[in-house]
Write a protein that binds this ligand. Structure first.
Ligand code: GAP
Length: 514
C-alpha cells in the first residue's frame, strides 16, 4: 500500500512539475477536487479527446458528433431521473463528523481483501517460479478461495441492498464488517442517507423570474433531446450513433484521488440508437470495440478488466465497466450501458413530443433502444499519465524518470537540440524547428548539456529528440533519439518529418485495433 501511495504521490507531483496539472486557484490554497490543465496537460487532454473522436466519429460512417450546451431545460433532469434518483448513499461518522460514501467504504474494505489475495499470489509466484500456474492457484488455494468468496459475497449484498434502496442493510453491512472511519478508527456511524449530486444554479436576473437550473451531470441527455433533430437532418438510419465530449458537474462527496473523481470533469459519450431487441448484440460489440480502443494505446493488456454490474443504474438493463489498474488499484475508467428505451420514452412523456424512428424495413415507428459508451476524459488522462510515468535503472547504474506517453498522445512530439550554442548550430536547429512546426508541436532547447536536455524531454514525455551537431553542417544529417529505447540514429534532415509522422500518426495507432 505504501508503495502505491508513493507512486501516486509521484504522479501528482510530476504532473505539477512538468506543467500538466495544477490545483485550481492555487494562490488561494486551491479548491477541493478542482484542477486546472496546464500547458502540457491541455495538449495531452486534447490529443486523448481527438483520439477518441477519430475512433468513434471519423472511423464510423454511422456516428456523428454534436456539442450541446451545459445548461438544459430543468425538466430534462426530471425526465432523466436525475432529480429523483441521482443520489449517493452517505454515512457520517458521529465522532469525527466526517462524511463518507457508504458504498465506497464497503468497496474499500473489499479492496483490502483483494490486496491480501494479491499478496498470496505474489508469495506463491516467488515460491514456485516458472512452474507457477496463477489460475490454478487462485482456484485451489484454500486461503485465496476463502478471500474470494468473502469479497464476492460482500459485493453481492451491497449491490442487492443498493438496488432495493435498503439503506438500513448497507449500514448493517458496514457494522458487521466492522468498518472504521479511515481517518480516526471510530465505528460510531449514523444511518445511511441519500444525497443528490447535481449542482443547482439560476438563469435570469431578477429573483422572481429566475429559473432554477442544474449544471448537467452527464452529457448524454444533450444527445437524447437532440435525437430526432440529428436523425432527421442527418437522414440517419438505425443503427446510428451520436457522440459528444464536454463538461459535466457532480457535487461528489468523496472527491479524491486527484483527477480520478472531480466535481467538474469532462465526459466523452456516445449514444448508439438501435432496434429494440438487439441490445445484447450491440452491448457485446461495444464492449469489445471499446476495449480494443484502449488496447491500441499499448498500455498493457493486464491493466484492463471488465466489471459487470450487479447493481444497475435506474436506466439500464445491462452495464459493464472497463476498469483500469490505477496506482491505487483497479477502478472504473469507462462504462458501457444498455439503456433500453428509458431516456427517449421519458423525454416523450415529459415533453409530449414524439421521439420515434420510422423504420422503413419494418414499416413501423418505434422508440429506439440505446447502447451507451461513456468515458471520463480526465480519468483517461490519469490512466495514461500514471501508467506512463516510470523510473528506469540504466546500465551505468543511474536512474532516469521517463514519461512513456503513447507517442500519438504526447503533447510535444519532438525536441530540437543544438549540441552547443555556437558555431551556427542554433541557426540550423531553429530552421528545422520552423519547418517541423507546421506538422507537429515542437520544442526547442539549447540550455544545459545535451544529456540533461534528454532527461528533461524524457520526463516531459517527448518521444523524439533531434540533435544538431558539427557534422550536420557538413552533411545535413542529425541524430534522432527515441525516448523509450534511448536508441540514436543518424538520419537526413529531410527524412525527419516522415520518421516522426509515422510514429505519431493516429492511423498507425488506431490500425492496431483492426
Ligand atoms: N452517461 C452515463 C454516465 O454518466 P457514469 O458511470 O456516471 O455514467 C461515466 O460516468 C464516466 O464518467 C465514468 O466511467 C468516469 O470515467 C467518468 N466520471 C464519472 N464521474 C466522474 C467524476 N466525478 N470525476 C471524473 N470522472 C468521472
Amino acid at each position: 500500500m505504501a508503495n502505491q501511495d508513493d507512486q501516486f504521490k509521484k504522479v501528482i507531483s510530476h504532473a505539477k512539475e512538468y506543467g500538466y496539472i495544477f490545483p485550481s486557484s492555487e494562490i488561494y490554497d486551491g479548491l477541493s477536487a478542482v484542477y486546472d490543465y496546464a500547458q502540457n496537460g491541455v495538449e495531452l487532454k486534447k490529443n486523448i479527446r481527438e483520439y477518441w473522436w477519430k475512433a468513434m466519429v471519423q472511423m464510423h460512417d454511422n456516428i456523428v458528433g454534436i456539442d450541446a450546451s451545459i445548461f438544459m431545460h430543468p425538466t430534462t433532469w426530471k425526465a432523466s431521473g436525475h432529480v429523483d434518483a441521482f443520489n449517493d448513499p452517505l454515512i457520517d461518522n458521529k465522532d469525527s463528523k466526517k462524511r463518507y460514501r457508504a458504498d465506497v467504504l464497503v468497496e474499500d474494505h473489499v479492496a483490502k481483501i483483494e490486496a491480501k489475495i494479491n499478496k498470496e499470489i505474489a508469495k506463491a509466484q516467488k515460491r514456485f517460479g516458472d512452474a507457477f500456474d496463477k489460475e490454478q492457484f487462485v482456484n485451489t488455494n484454500p486461503r485465496v478461495v476463502k478471500y474470494n468468496e468473502q469479497a464476492q459475497a460482500i459485493l453481492k449484498r451491497l449491490g442487492q441492498s443498493l438496488e432495493k434502496e435498503d439503506l438500513a442493510d448497507v449500514k448493517a453491512l458496514i457494522e458487521e464488517l466492522e468498518i472504521v472511519d479511515p481517518e480516526t478508527g471510530s465505528k460510531n456511524w449514523t444511518d445511511v442517507k441519500q444525497f443528490n449530486l447535481m449542482f443547482g444554479t439560476k438563469l435570469g436576473a431578477s429573483a422572481d423570474s429566475a429559473m432554477d437550473l442544474y449544471l448537467r451531470p452527464e452529457t448524454a441527455q444533450g444527445i437524447f433531446v437532440n435525437f430526432l433533430n440529428v436523425q432527421k437532418t442527418g437522414r440517419l438510419k438505425i443503427p446510428f450513433g451520436i457522440a459528444q465530449t464536454g463538461k459535466a458537474f457532480r457535487n461528489e462527496i468523496v472527491a479524491r484521488q486527484f483527477i480520478f473523481r472531480m466535481r467538474e470533469f469532462e465526459q466523452m459519450e456516445m449514444q448508439f440508437f438501435i432496434k429494440p431487441g438487439t441490445q445484447i448484440e450491440w452491448y457485446d460489440y461495444w464492449k469489445e470495440t471499446r476495449l480494443k480502443w484502449h488496447l491500441s494505446l499499448g498500455m498493457g493488456e493486464d491493466n484492463y478488466r471488465f466489471h459487470d454490474h450487479e447493481k444497475l443504474a435506474h436506466y439500464a438493463d445491462a452495464a459493464s465497466d472497463i476498469e483500469f489498474k490505477f496506482p491505487f488499484g483497479f477502478k472504473e475508467l469507462e462504462g458501457i450501458h444498455s439503456r433500453t428505451d428509458f431516456d427517449l420514452s421519458q423525454h416523450e412523456q415529459f415533453s409530449n413530443k414524439k421521439l420515434q424512428y420510422f423504420d422503413p424495413e419494418e414499416n413501423k415507428s418505434y422508440v429506439p433502444y440505446v447502447l451507451e459508451t461513456s468515458i471520463g476524459l480526465d480519468r483517461m488522462f490519469l490512466a495514461v499519465f500514471s501508467n506512463s510515468l516510470q523510473e528506469e535503472e540504466l546500465e551505468n547504474g543511474s536512474t532516469r524518470t521517463v514519461l512513456k506517453l503513447p507517442a500519438v498522445l504526447a503533447p510535444t512530439k519532438v525536441a530540437i537540440l543544438p549540441l552547443v550554442k555556437k558555431d551556427g548550430l542554433p541557426e540550423v536547429a531553429k530552421k528545422i524547428f520552423e519547418d517541423l512546426k507546421w506538422d507537429f508541436n515542437v520544442a526547442y532547447d539549447e540550455k544545459d548539456a545535451v544529456g540533461r536536455r534528454y532527461r528533461r524531454q524524457d520526463a516531459a514525455g517527448t518521444p523524439f529528440c533531434v540533435t544538431v551537431d558539427h557534422d550536420t553542417l557538413e552533411d545535413n544529417t542529425v541524430t534522432i533519439r527515441h525516448r523509450d529505447t534511448m536508441e540514436q540514429k543518424r538520419v537526413k534532415i529531410e527524412e525527419l518529418q516522415e520518421i516522426v509522422k509515422k510514429e505519431v500518426d493516429v492511423r498507425y495507432w488506431l490500425m492496431k485495433t483492426k
